[in-house]
Design a protein around this ligand. Structure first.
Ligand code: NAD
Length: 269
């Protein structure tokens, strides 16, 4: 059987025990990539089960505990990834949190923690990945790129979101971090792109979909008429991580059922 093009392109996915990150890890593993499943300590059992499932299906997986906002832990995580799989080719910069509050009531601690995880976390992991991609360089027999970074942003890098000033600010920040890295790292053959999920059914936004009333409200914002599933995002990530998208750099790929299309104007505004 022909070897998968992903077989020699290990992928590291942050926040990969739940929701979108989990779907990305399982999707890339199913495509043949060795996967590093980053997670927090309380997610150990979930990740052990994921690793066992992937290995049983003939894949390779490694769980690594690290807080993406911690420089030392990120450095150690990449060292473990390289020790296990030789290198890293794909980073899915996915870990993210919300700590919502009406703006006037938002604490500095909640502002700062969301910036630390969502934005500094993406900076630290992208920097570690870029260092590894440059160290290894391009191996044309494996991939035309030295590496690929996929930043998990959100439609809220574009759409303002009352009650979520910290979260929206991080997604706006990810937009310019992604674009700047895409420009700066392209000569080293490192591609950097963003996926902008719309409303995806995961634990981060459970109140928005777990009652039929909330779901109906949400669907008014989605022209395509359904909530997104984590696999919708994973398939887009799989394409951006693959060499089929080799000429795509600095792109913002909305995977949102049309949420960015000003649905309020659908009936002529
Ligand atoms: P989720 O809560 O299901 O998963 C987030 C994961 O990140 C969890 O496993 C969590 O433990 C992990 N995590 C949190 N802090 C971490 C840290 N400091 N270090 C390492 N891991 C950490 O949420 P999700 O919906 O899968 O969100 C994943 C990404 O997608 C986030 O960046 C989020 O902003 C983005 N996103 C989600 C939606 C949506 O509708 N679900 C929409 C747009 C963007």
């Amino acid at each position: 059987m022909e070897q998968s093009p992903f077989a020699r392109q290990p992928a590291l996915i942050t926040g990969a025990a739940s929701g979108i990150g989990r779907a990305c890890a399982l999707h890339l593993a199913a495509k043949g990539a060795p996967v590093v499943i980053n997670h927090l300590p309380h997610e150990q059992a979930t990740v052990e089960a994921m690793v066992a499932d992937i290995e049983q299906a003939g894949g390779r997986a490694l769980g690594v505990v690290a807080d993406v906002s911690n420089e030392e832990q990120v450095t150690e995580m990449f060292a473990k990834a390289v020790a296990a799989f030789g290198t890293v080719y794909i980073l899915v910069n996915n870990a993210g949190i919300q700590k919502d509050a009406e703006f006037a009531e938002m604490s500095v601690a909640d502002w700062q923690r969301v910036l630390d995880v969502n934005l500094t976390g993406q900076f630290l992991c992208a920097r570690a990945a870029a260092r590894e991609f440059r160290r290894r360089g391009v191996k044309p027999e494996i991939s035309p790129a030295a590496g690929k970074i996929i930043c998990m942003s959100s439609v809220h890098q574009v759409i303002p979101w009352a009650g979520h000033a910290n979260y929206a600010a991080t997604k706006g920040g990810i937009h310019m971090l992604m674009a700047t890295l895409a420009q700066e790292l392209a000569p080293a053959r490192i591609r950097v792109n963003a996926v902008l999920p719309g409303a995806i059914r995961t634990p981060i936004n459970r109140p928005a979909w777990d009652t039929s009333e909330a779901l109906n409200d949400l669907l008014r914002l989605i022209p395509y008429g359904r909530i997104g599933e984590p696999e919708d995002i994973a398939k887009a990530v799989g394409w951006l991580a693959s060499d089929d998208s080799d000429y795509v750099n600095g792109a913002n790929l909305a995977v949102d059922g049309g949420m960015l299309l000003y649905p309020g104007f659908a009936g002529h505004g």
